[in-house]
Design a protein around this ligand. Structure first.
Ligand code: URA
Length: 229
């Protein structure tokens, strides 16, 4: 929102007064005087008028090492949710930037910044998601080519976009996918007559799960991770 409109919305001043106040240097944004009426304000900027705060809300960006058994939801009548792993003061306002199935473990991102989470989860961004997969049966050598070509998902009537499979051992692989369809990894392995028994997300884009985080632990993203994400 433009600064002059922001002042009108968050104070008793009318538009002309707001313009004069900005032009006369009475408004500070993130501690700096701003005289440009068209300066863009988002919900996490600290805006002060005559030294009085009109808005200050902190943005939160967290990575969580999701344990198995927790739902990727903010509330649920039946199951524990990942939000319950955070202290109560952090829970309000946070949402998930991408989900994992209840049994899946690993990297989950949480934030209160909807612009950021939409960007990181938007299908057109094609952010790579890296999974460590353990299967019930040995992974067929043809699975690599099959995933690279795309797997037909009958329910949606689409073919998955090319994915990269790197086998680690007979029943273990790294899989990188560029979208996030419902149960996608499990359905891809089902298409090659196999079953996923363990699934762990290691990375989203260039944000990698911190190996120092035990299951259930979280930490804020660093400035570098935020920029990369
Ligand atoms: N694909 C799945 O099948 N499950 C997940 O949790 C994530 C990707």
């Amino acid at each position: 929102m433009r600064l002059d409109r922001f002042i009108c919305k968050h104070s008793a001043y009318g538009h002309q007064q707001a313009k004069r106040l900005v032009a006369s240097g009475r408004v500070a944004v993130n501690g700096e005087t701003v005289t440009d009426l068209r300066a863009q304000i988002d919900r996490f900027m600290c805006v002060e008028l005559n030294g009085q705060r009109l808005q200050q809300q902190q943005a939160h960006y967290l990575m969580l090492n999701k344990p198995a058994g927790y739902l990727s939801a903010t509330s649920d009548p039946q199951h524990s949710t990942v939000l319950e792993l955070l202290p109560p003061e952090l829970r309000t306002d946070l949402h998930l930037a991408g989900r994992l199935d209840r049994a899946t473990t690993g990297l989950l991102l949480l934030t209160n910044d909807g612009v950021w989470s939409r960007r990181i989860t938007a299908p057109e961004q094609k952010i790579p998601k890296l999974y460590h997969v353990t299967t019930a049966e040995p992974i067929h050598p043809e699975a690599e080519a099959c995933f690279a070509a795309g797997v037909w998902l009958a329910r949606e009537g689409v073919t998955t976009s090319p994915a990269r499979l790197e086998r680690i051992s007979a029943c273990e692989a790294h899989l990188t996918i560029y979208e996030g369809r419902h149960h996608q990894v499990k359905r891809m392995f089902a298409a090659v007559n196999n079953q996923v028994v363990l699934l762990h997300r290691e990375a989203m884009g260039s944000i990698r799960l911190d190996p120092a985080l035990a299951a259930g632990q979280y930490r804020p993203l660093t400035a570098t991770e935020l920029k990369q994400g």
